[in-house]
Write a protein that binds this ligand. Structure first.
Ligand SMILES: Nc1ncnc2c1ncn2[C@@H]1O[C@H](COP(=O)(O)OP(=O)(O)O)[C@@H](O)[C@H]1O
Ligand SMILES: [Mg+2]
Length: 265
């Protein structure tokens, strides 16, 4: 299997909105791929189609070699998914949450306990395995959710906004664990984010979405080079989407000034 994810003219409409507009994309096995874009760009809708929660309006896609419509069951067996919104149960302990995931994903009973211990250890949660999740910080919950999604060692892991709402220290801890996880299992990871810094730090390639369209695709360095000398990924984002992330339009202005300067110089 050459590619872990292949999308061909993948499209999803909601009444008048085309949330994902003819997306074509290939993600090789083992790659860490980042889908970037402002709110409403179509990132979550893309992931929901790939994990078989939403049917495409038209187009095709395969995940781990399986068609997302015809072989939905096989796709589900091959993936892990951490949704944008909270998915762990706060009234249970970390260990109990992991046990539920283990059953849900058919981790053999004889292996479940060892896998749970190992994943708590791996995610830096060994000391809090028996604590109720509602006493956890946001970063600890995120790491637990990732552990839950990885317990059955899926070929492809989908993380929707894994670090939204976390402080910078917790964010870095999540990145570090995702990176280690991927080194261990050679998992293909597709993550969405609207933090440029995160994409540049973690992803081998990024795709920038805007209003349902993929407007740029490449390594962070490629995209920076397309925009101009010294451009940051923030400037790249603004260049392709016309919207700033944190600072309003200022990056666009910087990028435009740079382009003008180049033309003139
Ligand atoms: N269930 C839905 N019903 C109607 N419109 C939706 C639904 N889900 C998403 N959309 C619309 O599709 C577009 C893309 O949304 P989404 O994929 O959530 O974007 P992102 O994750 O990039 O913020 C938005 O305009 C959103 O309002
Ligand atoms: Mg989203």
């Amino acid at each position: 299997m050459a590619h872990a994810i292949e999308c061909s003219a993948l499209t999803r409409r909601f009444e008048t909105v085309t949330a994902v507009d003819s997306l074509s994309l290939e993600v090789p096995s083992g790659e860490m791929f980042g889908l970037l874009g402002p709110n409403g760009a179509g990132k979550t809708t893309t992931i929901k189609m790939l994990i078989t929660l939403l049917e495409p309006t038209s187009g095709h896609a395969t995940v781990a070699g399986h068609d997302i419509v015809r072989d939905a069951r096989a796709v589900r067996r091959s993936i892990g998914y951490v949704p944008q919104l909270l998915s762990s149960d706060g009234t249970l302990t970390a260990r109990e949450n992991l046990d539920i995931s283990g059953r849900l994903y058919h981790v053999p009973r004889g292996e479940r306990r060892d896998r749970i211990d190992e994943s708590l250890e791996f995610m830096g949660l060994s000391d809090v395995g028996d604590r109720l999740v509602r006493t956890f910080s946001g970063g600890m919950i995120r790491r637990l959710e990732i552990a839950q999604a990885m317990l059955h060692r899926p070929a492809v892991l989908f993380l929707d906004e894994p670090t939204v709402g976390l402080d910078p220290v917790a964010r870095r801890a999540v990145w570090e664990h995702v990176r280690r996880l991927r080194e261990r299992d050679a998992t293909t990871v597709m993550l969405t984010t609207h933090y440029m810094e995160e994409a540049a730090e973690l992803c081998e390639r990024v795709g920038i979405m805007h209003l349902g369209n993929l407007v740029a695709l490449g390594t962070p360095a490629d995209l920076e080079a397309q925009v101009g000398p010294g451009a940051t990924l923030d400037a790249v984002f603004t260049h392709f989407t016309g919207t700033g992330l944190e600072d309003g339009g200022s990056f666009r202005d910087v990028a435009r000034t740079r382009r003008t300067a180049r033309r003139l110089g």
